[in-house]
Each structure stands twice: as structure tokens, then as C-alpha cells.
Design a protein around this ligand. Structure first.
Ligand code: SF4
Length: 375
């Protein structure tokens, strides 16, 4: 069943690695929220009465919103869309904004999953990344979330950071394990053009860690979490049994979704669309009753590429019988030929009908997936 993504494009300050759509001018908040609710209304017939299974508040920093503001957004969704009986409703929070009271209020308004932007419990690393919180606030947010009654907690971790050691990683993971955090997303630091981090790199103030050490960090995370009952169900995601993110799993399973707010993407299995990332344009277009978005219709090659990319990211991998039935024999043959060398190299294994990335393959997935694309 489809999901809804809401992008809240505000942050108090910009982290050095961030290329997400977020601005630090918080005074746009009221106009944005009013436009956001209008967009939710304008697009209410797009899913043609399908039931919504998940709602996800991402950003930016959704936890900058008051709970009454979040409640009003949820109300507009519930009033205008058909929602399944037990929806997963997630909000991303930053540890520097959070109080126990706020978390209890989130539960009251129906949020049942919280995703905490921990990134690290090492204050030097947090400082380097330009995060606004410290390790004490990060741990307190996990404790408070449990105390407030959240039964489905996710936390983000970044690795591959210059200066980060294997011991740092293990001790960070041990904090999550201690609190039985149900879901962990672990991302490698990336150097996106236009970020402060990228400038530090190009001016030789920092160096990217070497690939072998990156792989060692990736393997440490995987081995440590697996030996503590976590399931590595997607390249960057681990969960205790039954706590896979329903929202993100729907993306990887090719299920349609609606994205509201600046830069949010939508997909209906045939057409992909994306909103402008310019907040003023977003607000003024919506106020004129127009959609501030562009779209593209996927041709068969694009649909195949999308299928390969999303399936290969998951622990289930690519079901080649599905390639035959969805795309036909020609695509099946292309897939078998293009994956052959990765099978030989041990980056992909075959399990019954499925082609699955091995651990090394997951680490190198960006290059492998791009190579399997039809261009
Ligand atoms: S909190 Fe998230 S969205 Fe905001 S600047 Fe930092 S990384 Fe970017």
C-alpha cells in the first residue's frame, strides 16, 4: 500500500555534509505549513482511493515543528485520504530539540515511530560534522523516547568519517544495543558538491579515508549488529525482527508514494515527479493553485533500472523470474549477462530465483548497480 512523505525544509543550522533541501530561515514556517496543507488537499485524488499505509515526516528538521502543527498536518491527511487501520507514522527528530514532554505529545497525536539523528556518540565527531547536539543529548533522546512510550525507535549512524576509529563504531553501536533500539540506519559519509565538507576536501584540509578502512568499518557494523540479533535487510539498514521500516521497504518494493513539501518526490509506478526545492517558488505556486513540480514518464528501460536498483539494495535481492514476467525475456537475458562477472567475483550470489549482493557487493553497490543499468 502507498505511503506519504512530508518534507519539512527547516534546520537551525547547516551540518557540514548536508546537501538535503533545508534552509535556516525559520520565519518562512507559517507560510510553508499553510502551502503544505494546500498541496495535500490539491493532490487528494492522485492515489485514486488507495489506502495509505505509512506517513513519514522527514527533512530538514521536522522536530522544529510544534506538535500542534504536526497534528494539523496529520488531520488534513486523515480527512482527505483513506488510511489503513494500523499505519506506520514516523518522524525524524534531532536530539538538540527534544524534551520528554515533546515526545509524549508526539505519541498522543498518533506518531508511532521515531527516527533519531544520532550520527555518533563521540563529541569531537559530532562537532566536526557541525551537528548541533552532543552525545549526552543523543543518549537522552533515546532514553526519553523509551520513557515516552515509543516501541519503534530508529537511529542514524554515520561512518567513514575522518578520525573515526573501529572502537568508536563499536562503542556507538553498543549504546544502541544497550537500549534495544529496534532499527539502525548506517550511512557512509559522502562529500557532496556545494557542501562545506566538500570544500574542506578540495582545499586539502581533510582526506577521504581509504577504501579498505571504509570496508572494514562497514563490515564491523554488519558483524557487530548481526551478532546482536539485528537483521541486515537493506544496504544501509538493520533491524530487530519485525521492525523493518515499512515506509522505506515500500520504496524498495516499487510501491507508489506521494511526497509533499519542497523537493519531495512522488512515484506512481509509471510517472516520477518532484517538487521544486525553492521554498518561495513552492509557496507562491501552491497559493496560485498550481503544482510546483516537474515529472517524467518512465520508459521500459527506466522501469527496469528502477527495479534492479531498488531490489538489489535489499536482502531479498532481484527475483529473476519477476524480471521475466514484468519486463520480458530480453531484459532477463540482459540481466543474466550483466551480472555474470559479479557472480564470478563473489559480489553477487544466486539463491534459488534471487540474485543477492554479498557483503562486499553491498559495500560496492553504487558502482555495481550503475553498471547493471541499461543506458
Ligand atoms: S539536521 Fe539533517 S537536514 Fe538539517 S542540516 Fe543537518 S543533515 Fe541537513
Amino acid at each position: 500500500m502507498p505511503g506519504i512523505y512530508i518534507h519539512i525544509p527547516f534546520c537551525k543550522s547547516k551540518c557540514i555534509y548536508c546537501d538535503f533541501c533545508s534552509i535556516t530561515k525559520l520565519d518562512f514556517n507559517d507560510n510553508f505549513l499553510s502551502a503544505l496543507k494546500k498541496e495535500i488537499l490539491i493532490r487528494k485524488n492522485e492515489l485514486q482511493n488507495e489506502f495509505i499505509e505509512t506517513i513519514y515526516f522527514g527533512g530538514g528538521t521536522p522536530s522544529l515543528l510544534k506538535t500542534s502543527e504536526i497534528q494539523k498536518i496529520i488531520d488534513v491527511i486523515f480527512e482527505n485520504y483513506k488510511i489503513t487501520e494500523n499505519p506506520e507514522i514516523t518522524i525524524e527528530v534531532n536530539p538538540d530539540d527534544i524534551t520528554l514532554q515533546y515526545l509524549k505529545q508526539l505519541i498522543k497525536i498518533g506518531i508511532n515511530r521515531i527516527s533519531i539523528g544520532v550520527q555518533s556518540f563521540n563529541d569531537e565527531i559530532l562537532n566536526f560534522l557541525g551537528r548541533r547536539h552532543n552525545s549526552v543529548q543523543a543518549e537522552k533522546t533515546i532514553k526519553y523516547s523509551i520513557e515516552a512510550g515509543f516501541k519503534n525507535i530508529s537511529a542514524d549512524l554515520i561512518f567513514g568519517i575522518p578520525g573515526l576509529t573501529i572502537n568508536d563504531i563499536i562503542s556507538d553501536l553498543d549504546v544502541f544495543i544497550k537500549y534495544k533500539v529496534q532499527h539502525i540506519s548506517a550511512y557512509h559519509l559522502t562529500y557532496e558538491k556545494g557542501t562545506k565538507l566538500h570544500k574542506l576536501l578540495t582545499s586539502n584540509k581533510i582526506k577521504i579515508i581509504d577504501e579498505e578502512f571504509s570496508l572494514q568499518q562497514f563490515s564491523t557494523i554488519e558483524n557487530h549488529l548481526i551478532s546482536n540479533d539485528y537483521f541486515h535487510y537493506e544496504i544501509s539498514n538493520y533491524s530487530l525482527k519485525g521492525f523493518e521500516s515499512r515506509h522505506n521497504s515500500n520504496y524498495w518494493n516499487g510501491i507508489s508514494y506521494l511526497g509533499f513539501g519542497t523537493s519531495a518526490h512522488s512515484f506512481n509506478c509509471d510517472i516520477r515527479s518532484w517538487n521544486t526545492d525553492n521554498l518561495s517558488v513552492y509557496i507562491s505556486k501552491i497559493n496560485e493553485g498550481k503544482l510546483p513540480s516537474k515529472h517524467e514518464k518512465l520508459n521500459p528501460n527506466m522501469k527496469y533500472n528502477e527495479f534492479i536498483m531498488t531490489s538489489l539494495r535489499t536482502s531479498k535481492g532481484v527475483d529473476f523470474e519477476l524480471i521475466k514476467s514484468k519486463f520480458g525475456i530480453k531484459y532477463f537475458e540482459i540481466f543474466i549477462t550483466s551480472t555474470n562477472k559479479y557472480l564470478k567475483m563473489g559480489y553477487i550470489i544466486k539463491n534459488k530465483n534471487n540474485y543477492i549482493l554479498t557483503s562486499k557487493g553491498m559495500f560496492l553497490s553504487d558502482g555495481i548497480i550503475a553498471d547493471l543499468f541499461i543506458v
